[in-house]
Design a protein around this ligand. Structure first.
Ligand code: SF4
Length: 486
């Protein structure tokens, strides 16, 4: 399927409205002579949309009222055509944004009534009442966190771009530690990462920032050797005031590189939350996605984590993996619940262009993904509550990822980053520092990017540090503006 856009109102929103129905569709400059395509075209006073699929050709056109929002009018016409022709009823309706909960926070901050917010979701976006209730429940739960947001708060993220093997659905910049060239990179990478974290601490101090949470993610942080993990976490413990943190997460990720010693190191150096991510408890599906471990390895790893004293554990699952079924996913969910972790995060498979699933054209249509996510009732019954939610472009059926937590065990970092509550200072390859001054609507946000690949990050490290001066400039501007307003 290809997407062809014509006219001033046919832009980002129309493109992503088409992808609600055809997640892997590519944008094309010209109408293709053969093959399936969607056309969305806006003219001065009219809109026209067309779908060619196989031998079938159908279209709709409409006169646009003088006061109409052109982009919204075109998208509504397109959505109506594609919904009718595909027979799909997307649960989030026409919403293309990735942060539904954020919309509620923003509308509330601007003084919208609850009825107006409901109308926005059910009327404007054509969401189902169930999805709106889900988003509103999460917004209510997050409200106190947002109300406590201080412009001078921040969190720190450190990224480890290495993994034991590549999962077939992965599109992250992560290199496999199994190959010799990559192994040689890991030690210099850890050394530079420590240096960057030192610089971040100094920057935070100079800007007067208060660090609320710390997060080591990836990739797979436990793909470091025990000695490298100890080096990194020991450095963090010496450089930052861990006692003042609200939360310190380390992604222990995969059991094929996480052992009792690494779990001990993570605990010893102050992490308060870890993540062990089975994705599925089916050995067959684990093989399908290119993982080298079994479901039993996950159970053993979880038991080792509890034995090491980890009292706040997250487990990630993915709905829609190749070869999985509704029954298989339900089994995985029940297995995760039986372990009684404090958090369970349920992702929906996302087809990113760089992933092997897409590259190898093995992606299947998963009609039952919605049925998998509906198993969330099991989480409710087990005492978990949804506390953060986001969607990604290319997610199967345009569905969502939901973090579930036992009450009081919500991951603050996830809320901070997803709802853009405060600045995230990122260290490491592909790190994206997001500078945030909270405001009534979206606040003020700027970004500073690190180099994407570990080799570039190591070789051009001086540039990485130089770019980070932008953090101080951002806060200098903010402080000056605030003083001028006094
Ligand atoms: S563990 Fe995560 S980052 Fe690593 S290959 Fe798998 S999906 Fe990608």
């Amino acid at each position: 399927m290809q997407i062809v856009l014509r006219g001033a109102a046919a832009g980002y929103e129309a493109e992503h409205t088409a992808r609600i129905f055809f997640p892997g569709a590519e944008k094309a400059a010209e109408i293709p002579e053969t093959g399936d395509f969607v056309l969305a075209a806006s003219h001065e006073k009219t809109d026209f949309v067309l779908l060619r699929q196989g031998d079938s050709l159908c279209w709709r056109g409409a006169l646009r009222p003088a006061d109409a929002d052109g982009e919204y009018a075109l998208c509504t016409l397109l959505y109506g055509l594609l919904k009718q022709q595909t027979g799909q009823n997307p649960p989030w309706g026409m919403m293309t944004g990735v942060r539904p909960v954020r919309i509620i926070h923003d509308l509330r901050a601007m003084g919208a009534t609850e009825a107006e917010i409901e109308d926005r979701f059910l009327g404007h976006f054509a969401c189902t009442p169930e999805k709106f209730a889900l988003a509103r429940g999460i917004a209510d739960l997050q409200r106190p966190v947002l109300e406590n947001a201080d412009p001078m708060d921040c969190s720190v993220y450190a990224g480890i771009p290495f993994c034991p093997t590549r999962c077939s659905y992965c599109s992250f910049v992560s290199r496999m530690v199994g190959d010799k060239a990559t192994r040689a990179l890991v030690q210099p990478y850890v050394d530079k990462l420590c240096e960057e974290l030192t610089a971040i601490r100094r920057t935070a101090d100079r800007c007067g920032l208060r660090i609320r949470t710390f997060y080591i993610g990836g990739g797979t942080p436990t793909s470091l050797s025990a000695a490298q993990l100890e080096q990194l976490m020991g450095h963090i413990a010496r450089t930052f005031d861990l006692a003042s943190l609200e939360e310190y997460t380390v992604e222990a990720g995969r059991p094929d590189c996480t052992d009792a010693e690494k779990l001990r190191i993570i605990k010893q150096y102050g992490a308060t939350r870890i993540s062990i991510n089975p994705q599925t408890f089916s050995d067959e599906v684990l093989r399908n996605i290119g993982r080298r471990h079994t479901a039993q390895d996950i159970l053993d790893c979880f038991a080792q984590a509890r034995a090491a004293g980890h009292e706040n554990i997250n487990m990630d699952l993915i709905a829609g993996l190749p070869g999985d079924t509704v029954e298989g996913f339900t089994h995985s969910l029940k297995q995760a619940i039986a372990l009684n972790p404090e958090n369970i995060t349920v992702h929906t498979l996302t087809l990113k262009r760089a992933s092997n699933l897409v590259v190898e054209h093995r992606a299947a249509a998963y009609d039952d993904v919605a049925a998998m996510l509906a198993q969330g009732d099991l989480l409710w019954q087990a005492g978990y509550r949804p506390y953060y939610l986001y969607r990604q472009k290319g997610t199967l059926q345009n569905l969502e990822n939901i973090g579930w937590a036992k009450p009081g065990k919500e991951c603050l970092y996830n809320i901070y980053i997803m709802e853009e509550v405060h600045t995230i200072l990122s260290a490491g390859a592909a790190g994206s520092t997001k500078l945030v001054i909270p405001g009534k609507r979206h606040g003020k946000i700027e970004r500073i990017f690190n180099f994407k690949y570990p080799t570039e990050y190591i070789d051009r490290f001086d540039e990485v540090l130089a770019r980070k001066r932008g953090v101080e400039e951002f806060y200098e501007r903010y402080t000056t503006q605030t003083l001028c307003q006094l």
